[in-house]
Design a protein. Sequence first.
Length: 439
Amino acid sequence: MIFVNDTHNPALKSFVDSANSGSTDFPIQNLPFAVFRRAGSKEDFRCGVAIGDQVLDLTALGKMHLLSGDAAQAVQTCSDSSLNRLMSLGAPAWSALRASLSRLLSIDSPHEGVLRGCLVPQADVEYDLPARIGDYTDFYASVHHATNVGKLFRPDQPLLPNYKWVPIGYHGRSSSIGVAGQSLKRPVGQVCGAGQTVPVTQASRRLDFELEMGLFIGSSNALGTSVSVDQAFDNIFGMCLLNDWSARDIQGWEYQPLGPFLSKNFGTTISPWVVTSEALAPFRAPFVRDAADPQPLPYLTSDRNSQRGSVNIALELSLETQAMRDAGVAPQVLCNGNFKDAAYWTPQQLVAHHTVNGCNLQSGDLLGTGTLSGPTPDSLGSLLEMTEGGKKSIAMSNGQMRTFLEDGDAIVIRAFCQSDSAVRIGFGECRGTILPATT
Ligand code: MN
């Protein structure tokens, strides 16, 4: 089980100056993983760790044989073009590698000279997906989001009776998950307007984003076995940022009776950097369930989950229109939230629920949390909620108005963890841009 250790020591500094700035997402206390290569090169993609504004090339590090034991075994898996093999090694190996990387990158590292040769500026790299994602599940873990959306469709009964008992989810599509920086086409589909009985096929006019986080499964469980809430702390490799692009007009026509399908599976964007569960340890927060609500069933409950099951992660989502980009205007923040205020279920409860029936989660599987809307108007995670179903427009700083996304709009998600007793860590950026439909 992962607790706070030497790698989280706020006094630690790195020989990489940019890691010590206080404002970087990637101080030595973070050490998130990604898959990268030099931009525009024909190099093989391989695994790297962020330190300040640099990427530590783990293939190059592995060739130097500076590590021993579990860490040496772990770094050898990092020459792969995905993190799957590292993820499959399990928490003790991840922890051993992290401890070694922390020492090697520290300001008094005996190997600074050779390690400088393994650094690549982040400004010069391109990323691939961090893992080969075999399966992707998207949950619906914010009670505020579920209530807001429910109100639009069912004013009399916004929250269905199962919501407070079952972590609701559906199986998404992994092939259309892309890494941040991507552009994706506005989807075309069947739409049936209010009062109409015959649908038409057209480009979506109600294209939306969903501010979410992703959980990467590290250790797998065999078919027929389940993962307890306490085991799940160690099974989750880490977390990333996730944008679940959603075509609300296609969704409204297709979602009954089996849930979302083509309104969601045309694209999902995730951040390149995966912040490990161990890096998040200092930012763990209590899981609090209102006394008026049903308490979770025993398989969704543990003392550890109650004490430290949630995570204090500040979330920020911004929109940048094409005109703003052309004029050099900064993206406009539309949402400021926090994971712990939005999520009705913890990451561990999502894993325990997903496997209670014996479903086999595998290394590299991705679980989306669902739209992380908070309780306040400035912490809503979708345009559907911000515009009350498209009834209210949002004014942008340059005078443009938005109800849903227009071609050329980019959505940028950022997140960070902060506390008095730890160094601030961040998740980098998850950016995606909408291209015109091909009709
Ligand atoms: Mn979603």
